[in-house]
Design a protein around this ligand. Structure first.
Ligand code: 6GU
Length: 226
């Protein structure tokens, strides 16, 4: 999979060289290029933003540096992801879809966002996904892209050592995961649930399912059908 990231903070993505994604990069399972949006700025100050038409606080990212950069980076089969608190909420299902693509381009906005015409223009020729991490505001798309990439790339075949761990985790069946325990059997007076020591696989499976449902009811009732 090929990934291009456009940002005014290229250094931010050094974090991708560590951990699981770093290993996938080493194995050439994925190829990530980071592009500095300011290289497409036309003035000596390399500015990439301007005041909003209609007034209001904050600055808006100008369309032309985006146009110049995205024209270079996008190819026929690219999917353009624009992180935005105004987008659809990014989910595990979305991560699975992105993991199937050959080329993802992430456009990290800062300030009050990118001139809407950039999204409108590229939507005419490409799949453009405006995606949000959730109902809170970050200063820019960079943190969101790191989160989306981690969720997506761990689903790319070969990136995770034990693919079984992918089917038994939170959000796989519309439920959050059951609680997990390891040794010792007793820690600070708290015991591991007896059923997990029983060796009865069917009972353990059932207990875990019940725990998942109970936890989902308690923590994430929004995930359950009415
Ligand atoms: Cl994707 N971007 C920004 N700026 N803020 C966010 C977000 C994205 N998701 C949640 N908050």
């Amino acid at each position: 999979m090929k990934i291009d990231i456009v940002t005014i903070f290229p250094d931010f993505f050094d974090v991708l060289e560590v951990s699981l994604i770093g290993k996938a990069l080493d194995k050439n399972l994925i190829d990530i290029s980071v592009h500095d949006l300011r290289e497409a700025a036309s003035d000596p100050h390399r500015s990439v933003d301007d005041t909003p038409y209609g007034g209001g606080a904050g600055m808006v990212m100008s369309p032309e540096p985006w146009g110049v950069t995205l024209d270079k980076v996008l190819t026929k089969d690219s999917v353009l992801v624009v992180p935005s608190p105004a987008g659809r909420v990014f989910t595990q299902a979305q991560a699975k879809e992105l993991a199937q693509k050959d080329h993802l381009v992430f456009a990290c906005g800062r300030y009050e966002g990118i001139d809407q015409r950039v999204i409108d223009h590229y939507s005419a020729s490409y799949t453009v996904l405006e995606l949000s991490l959730g109902d809170y505001v970050l200063n820019g798309g960079e943190v969101a892209v790191v989160a989306m990439l981690e969720a997506t790339l761990r689903l790319v075949p070969g990136v995770i050592g034990n693919p079984e761990s992918l089917t038994e985790e939170s959000h796989e069946e519309g439920l959050v995961e059951y609680p997990s325990y390891t040794k010792p059997r007793t820690w600070r007076g708290l015991d591991v649930p007896e059923v997990l020591l029983s060796g009865h696989h069917e009972q353990i499976r059932q207990w875990r399912h019940e725990q998942s449902v109970a936890r989902t009811k308690r923590m994430r009732p929004d995930l359950l059908p009415d």
